[in-house]
Design a protein around this ligand. Sequence first.
Ligand SMILES: [Zn+2]
Length: 80
Amino acid sequence: MSTNCPKCGGIVDDAVVSGIVSLKRSRTPMATGKVSALRAEVCTVCGYAELYAAKPERLFSDYVAEAKSQAKKKGKGKKG
Ligand SMILES: [Zn+2]
């Protein structure tokens, strides 16, 4: 994947970042314990870096499950 820096147009390369990202929900005061490693894309010219969760699906997997169950409820309320 070839990307260009949004700041200077230079070439962006993948970099390793030490750290994790964890999901904190508004309805729970604590972090959920779901974590993902971080990866970064760093401009080789100006050093501008963008951070990404390496596995966002790990953080948000139950969002998907929630959305599905909500859809089911909505469908049940229909009367013929
Ligand atoms: Zn740049």
